[in-house]
Ligand binder design. Structure first.
Ligand SMILES: [Zn+2]
Length: 150
């Protein structure tokens, strides 16, 4: 890290501590040439992620929406809150590891469906019925049959 006073490149970290509630690391550095000290902050790079909705409009990615979708599907089901939290974590990791700037909401929806399938069958069917917008009872029964056949 270049010294802001003399532009010398040889600087040393003399102190390191968490800042901003652990979201950043604050480092005190000392310049070997002029002896002056300065501070740097190291932060995780947050990529702004855009979700493309069904009607092609865009909105900022929001983890809350994933959580709410799972919570709604698991309403009155024996699914502990921490399981929901863990599933949201897993989906969020998958979403960000796609390393895309824009992701269709359907991709996220499929991830939620896959997760619910292992978590709770009723929650899965509930989510799928809203998400897939079953047009009639037959498509719904087809989907249900697919699950039961597995
Ligand atoms: Zn210096």
């Amino acid at each position: 890290m270049k010294c802001p006073y003399c532009s010398n490149l040889d600087t040393r970290v003399v102190d390191s501590r968490p800042a901003e509630d652990g979201a950043a690391i604050r480092r005190r550095r000392s310049c070997d040439a002029c002896g002056k000290r300065f501070t740097t902050y190291e932060k995780v790079e947050t990529i702004p992620l855009i979700i493309i909705k069904k009607d092609n409009t865009r909105e900022q990615y929001n983890r809350r929406k994933i959580e709410n979708g799972i919570i709604r599907a698991c309403y009155k089901r024996p699914v502990p809150a921490e399981e929901i939290e863990r599933m949201a974590d897993k989906i969020e990791t998958m979403v960000f590891s796609l390393e895309e700037k824009e992701i269709p909401s359907s991709v996220v929806g499929e991830m939620v469906m896959d997760g619910l399938k292992d978590l709770d069958e009723v929650a899965y069917v509930r989510f799928a019925s809203v998400y897939r917008e079953f047009k009639d009872v037959n498509t719904f029964m087809d989907e249900l049959k697919k699950i039961l056949d597995q």
